[in-house]
Design a protein around this ligand. Sequence first.
Ligand code: AGP
Length: 603
Amino acid sequence: MCGIVGYIGNKNTSEILVDGLKELEYRGYDSAGIAILQDDKIEVFKALGKIKNLATKVDDSKFKIQNSKFSIGIGHTRWATHGKPTELNAHPHLGEYSYVVHNGIIENYKELKEELQNAGHKFVSQTDTEVIVHLFEFYFNQNNDADLSFAQTIKRLEGAYSILLITKSQKDKIFFMKHGSPMAIAKGKNDDEIFFASSDAPLIGYASDVVYLEDGVSGVATSSSLTFSTDVSWTTLPDSKQFAQKDGYRFFMEKEIYEQSDVITDSMMGRITDEEIIFDEIDSNIINGINEIKICACGTSYHAGLTASYLFERLTKVRCSIEIASEFRYKEPLLNKDTLFIVISQSGETADTLEALKMAKDAGLKTIVVCNVDNSSMTRVADTTILTRAGIEKGVASTKAFSTQTVILWMMALAFAKQKNVISQEKLKSEIKTLREIPNSLKVEDSIHEKCRRLSKRYLHGHGFFFIGRDVFFPLALEGALKLKEISYLHAEGYPAGEMKHGPIALADPELFTIALMPQHLHYDKIKSNVEELSARDSTICAISPLDFDLADDFIKTKPANHYMLEFFEMLIVLQIFSMEITVRLGNDVDMPRNLAKSVTVE
Ligand code: AGP
């Protein structure tokens, strides 16, 4: 997820662009850049890291906008999905005489890039974005018509994108297109300037009316006109930037829960067809000669790894073990070179996981990191990096990182199973069909959110929670317990449902809340009898299931699904929302709970 801004008018364009990017820093900041066109001159500034680094470059440069003179400009703050965070990969991307900023993923960029290179276009970056500006110039060099060239360009693009393009060939225009990634456009209060941004935070204070583009809407802006490809509706901007940065949600955590459906699409983009799973980053026969897959992580990432351990063994028929990094690094582990070592980390900086990775690397094992932050420490150590593309995760309680990690690992298990020829093409296609339904399973239904909000008032007062599940719903139970613990400060533990009778059931009483994960398509009868044992001992039970279950005191009905992993994601949403709503009632800081940090870079 990146942030883009644009401006047409006669104010200080560089200042407006840089300030706008600062308001979008919450969308990612591994690098940033702006391009400004005034008279015949184009100035481009790019910098790694936070926006303040870009601001310093602009301030220190000799380039000064001639105030009260007309200029146009575009800007971008990047969260890497294709290509390392470097100045070369930072946007705007340039052609001979045109510049583009882009948020999203161009799924067919490889074939476009090859076509353009064959036509003599020279590429300098590793990004998918660069194809846009070369494609535009490819057409403009033929027809000398910028509007037509832009229309031809966007017709060739596949994937998710919001684009701003400026060109010396049309010095008073900004071309724009929105498809799958957000874009807002606002008119200045004097109607003589136009503002563009990925969300409305940068627009507040400059404008009052805004249009939030729908998918498929493109157009061109000059200082005095805005032309859209379809009718659009204008609305009034919110007046709070803080509110805007959360896209209208109360907390970053809430925004990130609701984003999961979209970011999963980004995670899968370019990596899945109806017939196969493709990880360009992974050697095509990496799994051959591997006798064990060892996964290592901490916290929520560990829960994703534990979930994946079931899927890896079940699908690839290779033994899979899972380690908590802080334990692994001191247990003098036996490491064999025929083990594939996979670490999982949202931040890529967790000290224990990083150390475990280095131990495996030093022992000569093949290493993969599944990570959300490119250029983080772990991506620089592992042999292979798979980016989850969840976009920046601001809430300390991890949500969309977990769901994207789980999907990526499931896809890896399928890819390895195919490499080992232990999965039929029919089964693979069926699993791929299921993967494509995950965004729907992760959509937050209003009825579910409201049910969790209502139940939360009852679950404030227990002396403890058990979250129970079987198979992959056991790590999901662990994740649900962790979400509740870390933001509500109420005690909770995840437990294998089948283990309750080996001691913990002694705790069963009306004050003990049991959250039971009861999927229809995985050991339903087993989990049902575990819950009946607890109910018989008067534990207060909240059952989460697509099947009606009248022995529970409370019941949250999830959407029926035809695969247990879709039920998994349906229940994940419930657990995340449930914990958040309890926390809201308790008045805790949802985004920054006490004692915690977003990234644990110390032991
Ligand atoms: C999860 O909600 C917590 N914030 C924490 O457990 C986190 O998952 C853990 O610290 C690992 O972080 P990482 O994924 O960045 O390595």
